[in-house]
Design a protein around this ligand. Sequence first.
Ligand SMILES: *[C@@H]1O[C@H](CO)[C@@H](O)[C@H](O)[C@H]1NC(C)=O
Ligand SMILES: *[C@@H]1O[C@H](CO)[C@@H](O)[C@H](O)[C@H]1NC(C)=O
Ligand SMILES: *[C@@H]1O[C@H](CO)[C@@H](O)[C@H](O)[C@H]1NC(C)=O
Length: 330
Amino acid sequence: MKRIFKIILFACLFYTQTAYNQTISMLSSGTKTSIRGLSVVDEKIIWASASSGMIAKSVDGGRHFNWMQVPNFEKRDFRDIEAFDSNTAIIIAIAEPAYILKTIDGGRHWKTVFTDSTKGMFLDAMSFSNNKNGVVIGDPINNKTFIAKTNDGGNTWIKQNNAPILAEGEAFFASSGSNIFQTKKNTYFVSGGKKSNFYFNGKVLEMPIIQGFESTGANAIAIYKNKAIVVAGDFAKDSITDNNCVLVDLKTMQFTKPNTTPSGYRSSVVFINKTNAIACGLNGVDISNDKGLNWKTISKEGFHVVAKSKKGNTIFLAGSKGRIAKLIFN
Ligand SMILES: *[C@@H]1O[C@H](CO)[C@@H](O)[C@H](O)[C@H]1NC(C)=O
Ligand SMILES: *[C@@H]1O[C@H](CO)[C@@H](O)[C@H](O)[C@H]1NC(C)=O
Ligand SMILES: *[C@@H]1O[C@H](CO)[C@@H](O)[C@H](O)[C@H]1NC(C)=O
């Protein structure tokens, strides 16, 4: 009896092992820079943005990366990037003065398309719903969220005056460029710090997400049709799993907690398709194959950001020390 039980247990273990066998294949590492922005055009064209004014680009699926340092921005931190093809990309520099730069020649030249030297400016993340329409979010100035929008592919940005007022100690994380999500109709974003709220169309909802300290709160949102996954945690205590993820039904605005959480603080999340999603953070990478209800650790290697190719569904991850990796399903 015991033996049969063991065999069944072994068979189950073996089944899960073979059913979900993902490998993280390192494509680039060793560059002295911390990557937080990642934008993948298709399975060949990958752009990443990082600290020390560094940008990486591959046009061969990550076999070779061309690292470039944006002149005069050697001390700036580019926490997010949005790429449209091998020539065109937009980057944001955090802290003040705030800058948005755009290249149309593959990164040889960068043009300043937006600058704001207001005290306290801190751009956190960008999101585009197509090649024209995008949004950038920044920490509050006089308690008001900084939001600017573009409808010409990032050539001009218009500050939005009706942006929400935040609570004291509430702000946005610039951990992966993914706390804001622009769809055709709506802009969704999540805050962190002393409060962690869900914002959409001028409305605000408090989330069942860890909050109360500077290091706690929501870091990223992924959307597939009318389902969203928000990931969170405490970056100062990255193994804590309390309230580090919530699923949102965007039709009813109901929040559901997962049955099995990701295994720590998570700074980025992405849907692969309707059912499968990947989350990553300082202490590892998890997969869900049931729309975010249950998560399973697939690697204990830490990454800041995970992104899916806009065309196709190839998944890449990036993090500290210039690491860029590809997730392979075998
Ligand atoms: C799963 O990964 C292991 C280790 O890389 C490998 O030996 C095994 O063949 C893989 N299984 C499948 C079904 O691909
Ligand atoms: C910002 O919020 C704080 C605390 O809620 C309040 O004391 C302060 O007056 C507000 N400042 C502005 C400019 O609204
Ligand atoms: C979603 O993606 C995973 C991983 O590539 C794949 O195994 C699964 O079949 C896909 N599911 C759907 C519904 O496309």
